[in-house]
Design a protein around this ligand. Sequence first.
Ligand SMILES: *[C@@H]1O[C@H](CO)[C@@H](O)[C@H](O)[C@H]1NC(C)=O
Ligand SMILES: *[C@@H]1O[C@H](CO)[C@@H](O)[C@H](O)[C@H]1NC(C)=O
Ligand SMILES: *[C@@H]1O[C@H](CO)[C@@H](O)[C@H](O)[C@H]1NC(C)=O
Ligand SMILES: *[C@@H]1O[C@H](CO)[C@@H](O)[C@H](O)[C@H]1NC(C)=O
Ligand SMILES: *[C@@H]1O[C@H](CO)[C@@H](O)[C@H](O)[C@H]1NC(C)=O
Length: 628
Amino acid sequence: MSLFFTCLIVFLGVCSGCQHPICQCSGRVFICLESKVIQVPQDIPRNSTELRFVLTKMRVISSGAFSGFGELEKIEITQNDALEVIQANVFSDLPKLHEIRIEKANNLVYIDQEAFQTLPNLRYLFISNTGIKFLPAVNKIQSFHSVILDIQDNINIRKIESNSFAGLSLESVIIRLNKNGIREIENHAFNGTYLDELNLSDNYNLEKLPNNVFEGANGPLVLDISRTRISFLPISGLENITKLRARSAYNLKKLPALEKFVALIEANLTYPSHCLVHVACSPKPDAFNPCEDIMGYNFLRVLIWFINILAITGNIVVLFILTTSQYKLTVPRFLMCNLACADLCIGIYLLLIAIEDIKTKSQYYNHAIDWQTGSRCNTAGFLTVFASELSVYTLTVITLERWYTIAYAMQLDRKVRFRHAMVIMIFGWVFAFTMALLPIFGVSSFTKVSICLPMDIETPISQAYIIFLLVLNVLAFVIICACYIRIYFTVRNPNVISSNSDTKIAKRMAILIFTDFLCMAPISFFAISASLKVPLITVSNSKILLVLFYPINSCANPFLYAIFTKNFRRDFFILLSKFGCCEMQAQIYRTETSSSVHNSHVRNGHYAPAPKISDGTLYSLVPLNHSN
Ligand SMILES: *[C@@H]1O[C@H](CO)[C@@H](O)[C@H](O)[C@H]1NC(C)=O
Ligand SMILES: *[C@@H]1O[C@H](CO)[C@@H](O)[C@H](O)[C@H]1NC(C)=O
Ligand SMILES: *[C@@H]1O[C@H](CO)[C@@H](O)[C@H](O)[C@H]1NC(C)=O
Ligand SMILES: *[C@@H]1O[C@H](CO)[C@@H](O)[C@H](O)[C@H]1NC(C)=O
Ligand SMILES: *[C@@H]1O[C@H](CO)[C@@H](O)[C@H](O)[C@H]1NC(C)=O
């Protein structure tokens, strides 16, 4: 293209009758091209309006090279590999000059501080792709017009000093400093300018805009810090910004108080959680990235504390009583310990969420990124997946064990042995651990939402992962239901148990199955949402499920499986009696246990209540009926 124009100008030059020994011309436009040119020719007519130096071998542009060019409007210096120095007074006293372009001069390392002086008509100064280490001094330009200062791709420019642009123009300025090597911008850098626009995009090493950087400037109105490493915006000088662009500015995790952006009309940011401002803003918050605190509703904020404390204390009590009990660690008690561990983790998960919620109250948009991408969210996410999988697994094992014990009550040789339970549970721990670790290794991620559940639906593999979790939970639920139905019909045998306890069993079964179902609801909703790629339930609403239903099992299990059982109360009172209280109750329980064991031996061989003769009676759902 440029070759075409060059030819055209040469052609026109011949026609228009202007002539020059080295340069080509067309009317008052002169093009000095190629290697013959080793300095600015002094015989170019002073009434020229445009000068271009392309692919020349000039090494230095000396002082006064353009002096006397009273009509000159435009100077272009491009692709001059040999160019190293621009001396003082090169661009000075050129009253009509309105455009200077210096580009593609990799060896240009020095532009004298006095090079630009008194250019009252200047509107555009472009310096790109050079080797200069400092911004050229522009303070003596003193233009009467709005100036665009466009300094791009100069990778050696590291620093913008204070007062760098004062005196550039008496009018407004647009300063583009894209793709330089800028690492530091000093306070008062824009002092004395009417700063319409400041574009700092693609300065990959720029980490900081100091607080007083805009001090003394009017503006900026438009600020672009895309693809920089800036992590904070300055606290002052933001009030006139109408357009803020910070695309892929991943370090900008916090924005200053929103009240500072009084004039903002449009914002293009990096994180949806920052788009709280009531202006045109992108990326928009959506169902997966809502603009609200972690606990969006106040009642949840309060409730989550009650629930996590209940889950944590309940399960710690169970663990403590079970591990300190003087009675032998039987299979059901061992399984109960596992269940309590899992449920304790869910309690801790809720505690982590609750703490984060308090810490970021009404400021969540500024902490969202740190939280969602940081190790704390990963820890919480790991805990919850690990705990819910272990909990569901253990519940299934407990139910199976109970059914097995009742179904094979007569065959002592088919009893579930401790080492079997041990192996089954080791498998469960490894399995839950692996499932929880997968998102950390990138199979899915916890970073999508404030509550750190795996909800990443971007890739098929993460979708598959979430669906897999759902299928497992549904499977466990089906197994649990089936087992309880079997147990129900087994113990319903009128020979075994009175119809009174029968209704009792039915009730407890109903409670168990119901709590299981509720507890699975949030995970299931997420999974189905994820698989259909539509948010069936918003994150805001899912938090209600998360706080109200998800921990139901963790809070209820200690009661349903332990605290409400006779044997647990026995252990509890015996423990208390060691500290000198409740001696009476402890004694009653001691006697009862021994007589019950004795009783079952006596009745062995008769059609005795099935559960009684096995270890399954301990912490069993099936009520002991030695009161009969
Ligand atoms: C420009 O100056 C040259 C002599 O230096 C003259 O020949 C020419 O006519 C002038 N052109 C205009 C448009 O004034
Ligand atoms: C800002 O510029 C004014 C002149 O425009 C000057 O007097 C003042 O000292 C400058 N401030 C700083 C901190 O450099
Ligand atoms: C800043 O400069 C970049 C690169 O030249 C450009 O893409 C972007 O649109 C500019 N920003 C604004 C706000 O004009
Ligand atoms: C914002 O604009 C108003 C009105 O033009 C001006 O008075 C004020 O100094 C400006 N503030 C900044 C920080 O540019
Ligand atoms: C910037 O944000 C506006 C408003 O949301 C949007 O219309 C525009 O497309 C965005 N521009 C870019 C480059 O993302």
